[in-house]
Write a protein that binds this ligand. Sequence first.
Ligand code: IFM
Length: 446
Amino acid sequence: MPTFRFPQGFLWGSATSSHQVEGHTHNDWSEWEKKHAERLAREAHLKFGHLPHWEQRRPVAEDPANYISGAACDHYNRFREDFDIARELGHTAHRFSLEWSRIEPEEGRFDEAAIQHYREVLEALRERGIEPFITLWHWTNPVWIAEMGGVENKKFAERFERYTRFVAGRLGDLVKFWVTLNEPTSIIGAAYLNGNWPPQKKSLLSAYRVYHVLAEAHNRAFHAIHENDPDAQVGFANILQSFVPYKKDSWSDRVTVTLAHFFTNKYMLRLTRDHNDFLTVQYYFHTRLRFIRRTHNLDHPESDLGWEIYPEGIYHILRWLKRYNLPIYITENGLADDVDSRRAEFIRNHLCWIHKAISEGVDVRGYFHWSLLDNFEWDKGFWPRFGLVAVDYATQARTLRESARIYAEICRTNTLVLADPYLGERSEEKERATGTAPEIPASPGT
Ligand code: IFM
């Protein structure tokens, strides 16, 4: 059977974020949830009613409690138990985020207990031989930051730098890899263009401002971390989409692909050039554009959220990133799959394409599956299940999914064994050759 060995020292792990797993955070999102839970529950059927198996998910999705992060996975208290699981699963790295609102609950007041907590989290990872990747900002803001205009206010960058300096000074001895910001373009799109996430703006000008504020925040943090530790490795978590024109000979489809690629994948890299020690890939979306409409290939499998599964896309993204000549980490890749019928295959097929990119000279050094645990999926709440480990939110019991064991075998052996490699290879070419693909509008995503 074809066997793919990964480079020696390749990091294997999974990722989480504070607001999605810790429980009882108090920030701009937790405030927003309180105001919008009822509405989100009412809208659920309209948004997701077209999805397969919707009737099974519907009772949870139509319950306003689904949209309140609340106790989440209680990971704030159970992190040791969760890291024991990660170790048992052969993970050698773990990405998690600090909750800024705990560390600096009021402007300029840093909380000793909170920073001590995160020292313990880092020590717990190190004791288990797991390399930490710290994310400094995974979308949630302290309420005082939101009140001063959040990421749209230029002062955000200064405040973020001050917070970063504090954290780097207090935790830097335990951390080598720093991820400043999580998915700037997801926030720009969902919070400042589509108006779905807090603060629910729909403004091109605001979106443009946020790009620049976040880029400045990253650049300042890059220097702050390096002043504390010149050997630190700093990057930001970039969600990258694989865009293709619906019809390859349509000039309008091609123009929108070029623009979408520029603003989604490229612009932030341009604004932060010379301020990255490594690049990242967070890959979820393969987007086929018919002018400004997203279309969807019905032949490709989907996640529970209706997101098209297209492993080959990660290969094209990696090939494109090669030009930047920096190490690359896949800091997120995963799917909502409650019954775990697709996750193992999803992981294997994506890894196969990642391996192909590595064999062609792309310097990929690690893979973090999203997510270690089921967690709070933002405006969709708890019903989408992204975890290698299932969480029973009523009891907080953790149960390994079968895919977690299959991924563990890959982590432990640093090797992927796959009967049918490069599944769907050149499928885009095939579709183009045979005319256009069947179409339905893609479901809303992050
Ligand atoms: O849950 C999110 C995560 O917070 C950021 N990246 C995408 C994931 C799935 O939507």
